[in-house]
Write a protein that binds this ligand. Structure first.
Ligand SMILES: [Zn+2]
Ligand SMILES: [Zn+2]
Length: 352
């Protein structure tokens, strides 16, 4: 089969690799019909993660089951499923309390297996270990292009940004980084009726979309060359004390440090970004602020709810898919997504 193979920082290719085969009773094999590229895949290619070389990357996808292991009872060949970016068993101590990203059935308790430790979804076929508890049935009324956005980003924005950040009615929210996950956090924050949502980004196109299509109430450009006093502009909107909730959706030290500066006493800093470097935690200024700082990998426990909300017409995820490609245009899709600002790209939808 063809797959997007990672060969180390900066090195990738759309290449022939062996078809996946069942290796464990609980495995399933899925033919990928729709996939996408994640900001994390760009972090992998930058060398920010300890991803194995020689595997297909990608952890988001929708497809049809073509083979199941002997121990698989609840899924059948021919059924269509949404891939869960986290591999989990559903029964270990961590899974039982909803911390599925630390599943003890995964090597080293690391549920980010797909496209990290084992071949992932940017491929014609993928082997999904623990398939019954690492996929969701594709419900009626949800298209592939919508469903693939629930493999990771909408749950990540909601669980790690909105829920961990303790968004609730009437609060003020700042989201630094209006890329796909930041926009997903903005969109899902609107489900909980905060009073203000300020989108912050370098890119004016993303800021415009944050307001017109994702529910931000305000937008502020944080490009220091254009707006050196952007933090003052944000304070002018949320108040001089700062915001109740500040989310980081970039993954660089400067934007997380800005969150520490902009959070109100008693507030929450929710880190969503994938970081490749240490960040200075200014405890001298922070320790008296009574703030809560959260971070983590998504557990995907809200994936089925995201699919339900889309099917019910409550959550409109469609504006996220801005570009369409075929699988064999994978390198072109990377080119567009990798230069997202230049191409006005959010998520690229890649189909069979
Ligand atoms: Zn991802
Ligand atoms: Zn588990």
């Amino acid at each position: 089969m063809k797959a997007l193979v990672y060969h180390g920082p900066g090195e990738k290719g759309w290449e022939e690799i062996p078809d996946p085969t069942i290796q464990d009773d609980k495995d399933i094999i899925v033919q990928i019909e729709t996939t996408t590229i994640c900001g994390s895949d760009l972090h992998i290619l930058k060398g920010d993660t300890d991803t194995r070389t020689g595997i297909a990357i990608g952890h988001e996808g929708v497809g049809t089951i073509v083979e199941v292991g002997a121990g698989v009872k609840t899924l059948k060949v021919g059924e269509r499923v949404v891939v869960n970016c986290m591999t989990s068993c559903g029964t270990c101590d961590y899974c039982k309390v909803g911390l599925t990203s630390k599943c003890q059935r995964c090597p080293n308790g690391d549920s980010w297996q797909l496209g990290h430790n084992i071949s992932g979804t940017q491929a014609e076929y993928v082997r999904l270990p623990l398939g019954e508890t690492s996929t969701f049935h594709l419900p009626e009324g949800v298209t592939d292009a919508e469903a693939v956005l629930t493999s990771d980003i909408f749950s990540t924005g909601y669980e790690i940004g909105v829920l961990a950040g303790n968004v609730s009615p009437g609060k003020s929210v700042i989201v630094i980084g209006a890329g796909p996950v930041g926009l997903a956090a903005i969109k899902t924050a609107t489900l909980l009726s905060p009073k203000i949502i300020v989108a912050v980004d370098f890119d004016e196109n993303r800021l415009a979309k944050a307001v017109s299509q994702f529910g931000a109430t305000h937008a502020v450009c944080n490009n220091p060359a254009v707006n050196p006093n952007w933090q003052d502009e944000v304070r002018g909107i949320v108040g001089t004390a700062g915001a109740d909730v500040v989310m980081e959706a970039v993954g660089i030290p400067a934007s997380l440090e800005a969150c520490f500066d902009l959070v109100k006493p008693g507030g929450n800093v929710a880190n969503i970004g994938v970081h490749g470097h240490d960040v200075n935690l200014p405890m001298g200024a922070l320790w008296t602020k009574n703030i809560t700082i959260t971070m983590g990998l998504v557990n995907m426990t809200t994936g089925p709810m995201m699919l339900d909300l889309i099917a019910a017409g409550v959550l409109d995820v469609k504006p996220m898919g801005t570009h369409q490609f075929k699988l064999d245009q994978m390198l072109e899709a990377y080119e567009v997504f990798g230069n997202a600002a230049k191409n006005n790209a959010l998520k690229v939808i890649i189909t069979k």
